[in-house]
Design a protein around this ligand. Structure first.
Ligand code: HEC
Length: 134
């Protein structure tokens, strides 16, 4: 990594922390907007089916590569990952770095707040795609 890139990376980390505070709560409504980037390939909710990518119902707590009927790459299936906030955050920042050889074509989401919001949105859906509390 070049020093200029390193500096701008460090700066963005500082900005993220500076922006934390009042607005740092996870916001599922904002997360739904972020999920627009995933919708081309992933479905979620009660009628969700596997598409280009596996459905994302009940994602947190499930092992990578375990949605029935979806044909994963060996890389994803054998990654040994269990999806939780930490592994998901790592993954979504740079999928190909976390799972080399994955067939998910997505450059990555770098913004910490948007990742948090996305997690809040995804977490609402249990394994049957029902929203908690509805
Ligand atoms: C261009 C299509 C595409 C986009 C856009 C995309 N994905 Fe994926 N995703 C895939 C594919 C294909 C896989 C299966 C990867 C494999 O088997 O290697 C996958 C796998 C995953 C997995 C692993 C699931 C499991 O059961 O192990 C997660 C989590 C995930 N995607 C989340 C997301 C999120 C969140 C977004 C939006 C920020 C997103 N993806 C955007 C195609 C996509």
């Amino acid at each position: 990594m070049g020093s200029t890139r390193m500096r701008s990376w460090a700066l963005s980390v500082i900005l993220v922390f500076a922006g934390a505070g009042a607005a740092s709560a996870q916001d599922a409504a904002n997360g739904e907007k972020v999920f627009a980037q995933c919708r081309a390939c992933h479905q979620i909710g009660e009628s969700a089916k596997n598409a280009v990518g596996p459905h994302l119902n009940g994602l947190f707590g499930r092992k990578a590569g375990t949605v029935e009927g979806y044909s994963y790459s060996a890389a994803n299936k054998n990654s040994g990952i269990t999806w939780d906030e930490a592994t998901f955050t790592d993954y979504i920042k740079d999928p190909k770095a976390k799972i080399p050889g994955t067939k998910m074509v997505y450059a990555g989401l770098k913004d910490e707040q948007r990742i948090k919001d996305l997690i809040a949105f995804l977490k609402q859906f249990d394994t049957s795609g029902k929203k908690a509390g509805s």
